[in-house]
Design a protein around this ligand. Structure first.
Ligand code: FES
Ligand code: FE2
Length: 410
């Protein structure tokens, strides 16, 4: 046995690296998500006059449609004895009655308007209310504002191209998953994994993925974009040999294709509305955890909605700007394959990795500039209707400098 030299410095190779996210304090604290944002929580079509319970940012919310079709969101807890209101029913129009003793609340303002088991003169009425949440519908989804201030309009927060788009079709999947919402957001924007992890997915089975690339990150408005500077289809690793995922059955896109729309299979024709957006890069990310991937014929969005610590609602949405027969064709294709290939198998690989990620500690590498810039974006604050602007925040100047350095290939 060799004696341990107590004075010897530990070999940095074995260092844990960054042991916490404390250098991004807001991000580090956002275990249950970022507050003062709208979150998509359920498909519009799933919310009916029967109450539906959801959890978002650690808050229990009940959704229910009134007799005019408007969706309302209330705190999902009966103040009487704490039973979830989502177990209740609508006994009178525009109200929700708790299943236990029939305390009945107005959907519009949460006021207690009747107590069925205490008679029409119940003295509790007018003295009790449950909190309500701002609630809207857009892109086939119900959105709830979670926060402590006046909500900004949902249209400010929707991806710009969805505010006043031409007619479109939507397909998607909502799934509650184990894993921190931040790890889902980081995985979504993570430059390094797509070409390696997903090379085995059925979605990519006919397409070659690059072996490695060089990128930089650019910020435009509230979005950060991954922008590819160099792409390598194969590489010769010293002493190890050549590696590529090219196979005889896989199609390699032309080098020039797909730089801005899609990454691997540039299309003969780009959708004119998508092309007109002139995205600087094909993958972009914004707060509070919205990923946008612009393909030549559709845009794929992922909303990483925090449910509670360690649990995330994955809202994957594919939007195609088509009408009539083409729209029907998209639905057929989506339900016939894409839903499973893309929102199932492909995105399932991400789910698998996030569940198996254990970070921090972390030793980041060059492509992880994408993660760092995302954390800085969060640290820059809430860009919507906030009284605190990015410029007021410490570190804003530093951020501008780093982004400039990155843009110059640093
Ligand atoms: S717990 Fe809701 S009415 Fe009693
Ligand atoms: Fe992925």
């Amino acid at each position: 046995m060799t004696a341990v030299d107590e004075t010897a410095k530990p070999n940095p190779k074995y260092s844990e690296g960054r042991t916490s996210w404390k250098s991004w304090p807001d991000y580090d604290a956002a275990t249950e998500g970022l507050r003062n944002y709208w979150y998509p929580v359920e498909w519009s079509s799933q919310v009916k006059r029967k109450p539906t319970g959801v959890k978002v940012c650690g808050e229990n919310v009940v959704l229910q449609r009134d007799e005019l079709g408007k969706v309302h969101a209330l705190h999902d807890r009966c103040p009487h004895r704490g039973v979830p209101l989502s177990l209740g029913t609508e006994e009178f129009p525009s109200t929700i009655s708790c299943v236990y003793h029939g305390w009945t609340f107005n959907l519009h303002d949460g006021e207690l308007v009747a107590v069925i088991t205490d008679g029409p003169d119940s003295p509790m009425c007018g003295k009790v209310a449950v909190e309500t949440y701002p609630c809207e519908e857009a892109v086939g989804l119900v959105w709830v504002f979670i926060g402590d201030r006046e909500p900004h309009p949902l249209t400010e927060q929707l991806p710009e191209e969805l505010v006043d788009p031409p007619e479109y079709a939507v397909g998607g999947r909502i799934e509650d998953r184990d894993g921190d919402w931040r790890l889902y957001a980081e995985n979504g924007f993570d430059e390094g994994h797509a070409k390696y992890l997903h090379r085995t997915s059925w979605w990519r089975i006919l397409k070659v993925m690059p072996t490695w690339n060089k990128i930089h990150i650019e910020r435009h408005g509230r979005w950060i974009y991954r922008i590819e500077d160099e792409r390598y289809w194969e590489a010769d690793f010293p002493g190890l040999g050549v590696w590529s995922n090219h196979r005889w059955w896989k199609i390699k896109p032309k080098q020039t294709q797909g730089k801005f729309l899609g990454n691997t299979g540039g299309a003969k024709k780009n959708d004119p509305y998508i092309a007109s957006q002139n995205y600087p890069g094909f993958v972009s990310l914004s707060v509070p955890g919205v990923l946008r991937v612009a393909y030549p014929q559709f845009i794929h969005y992922e909303f990483y909605v925090p449910i509670e610590e360690g649990r995330t609602k994955y809202v994957g949405v594919m939007v195609q700007f088509k009408t009539g027969l083409a729209k029907a064709g998209f639905y057929a294709k989506y339900l016939g394959g894409i839903r499973w290939l893309f929102h199932g198998n492909f995105s399932g690989q991400d789910h698998w990795m996030v569940e198996n990620t254990s970070a921090p500690p972390e030793r980041l590498y060059r492509p992880d500039i994408s993660l760092i810039e995302w954390r800085r974006l969060v640290e820059g604050g809430n860009p919507f209707g906030s009284d605190e602007t990015d410029a007021d925040k410490p570190g804003a100047d530093e951020q501008a400098v780093t982004l400039k350095a990155a843009n110059n290939g640093g």
